[in-house]
Ligand binder design. Structure first.
Ligand SMILES: [Zn+2]
Length: 245
């Protein structure tokens, strides 16, 4: 049976039976992985707090040929984000982020940018960047990585370039110029379109420069709805976030 090490973030878990649970991992090298952690639900178990949401760990595992599910034999914490993630100010945002990752990452999705994105979101929160900015940055990037982000410069209908006010199509697949708009619900102004372009080249660290320039709540709502529309599902954790209600 092949064996190896996986460096990954914990995305969540679900019980299999009274003793064991499935653990969902976002790994650095292999993308999304589903693992069995034998004995992890026993009161005394060898994993301790290894499986807290978004803990970064190194896991020793083995797998059967042709099987997608790996088995974790042991592991150690590389970095715990427990204090940040479980803080009442942040917890529901991280629930939503993990729900989105679990819904949108396909097994065998090996894009290394997702792991890097998550690392950047967590470290920037530890360093004090506001959580709503980080959620917005995450939403735009996960759509971009999945190939679902619209081009913020071009009208979807008439290909007019460099538009400075946009109406987002009701199916969220593109933006329209003033001439092509009809009954769209969401609009984006120049600064908001520029912010989307800015995220392409810049880390979230200096998000603060956009404060009072963009409507963060509206944008979070827009991109959550866009993800719901693409995944054809409702994101349950979104109901706990003030911006979305
Ligand atoms: Zn147009």
């Amino acid at each position: 049976m092949p064996q190896g090490f996986v460096r990954a973030f914990i995305l969540g878990s679900s019980p299999i039976n009274e003793q064991d649970k499935f653990v969902f991992l976002l790994s650095q090298e292999k993308g999304f992985l589903k693992a069995i952690a034998p004995g992890s639900l026993k009161v005394k178990n060898r994993f301790g707090s290894l499986f807290e949401l978004f803990t970064k760990g190194e896991f020793s595992c083995y797998w059967k040929e042709n099987k997608e599910i790996i088995t974790i034999s042991k592991g150690e914490i590389i970095k715990s984000y427990f204090n940040t993630v479980s803080n009442p100010e942040n917890i529901f945002y991280f629930y939503l982020i993990s729900e989105i990752l679990l819904k949108s990452l396909a097994p065998n999705q090996q894009d290394k940018r997702v792991f890097k994105l998550m690392e950047s979101i967590l470290n920037n929160r530890v360093e004090g960047v506001e959580i709503n900015f980080l959620l917005l940055y995450f939403l735009i990037w996960i759509l971009r990585i999945e190939g679902m982000m619209f081009n913020p410069s071009i009208c979807y209908n008439c290909f007019l370039k460099d538009i400075n006010k946009a109406w987002v199509k009701n199916n969220f697949r593109g933006i329209l110029c003033e001439k092509c708009k009809s009954n769209e619900k969401f609009t984006l102004n120049t600064e908001e379109l520029n912010y989307i372009k800015w995220t392409e080249k810049n880390p979230p660290k200096n998000s603060n420069i956009w404060k009072n320039k963009i409507d963060i709540n509206k944008m979070i709502k827009l991109f959550v709805k866009k993800i719901e529309s693409h995944t054809e599902s409702t994101l349950k954790s979104s109901r706990y976030i003030t911006e979305l209600n």
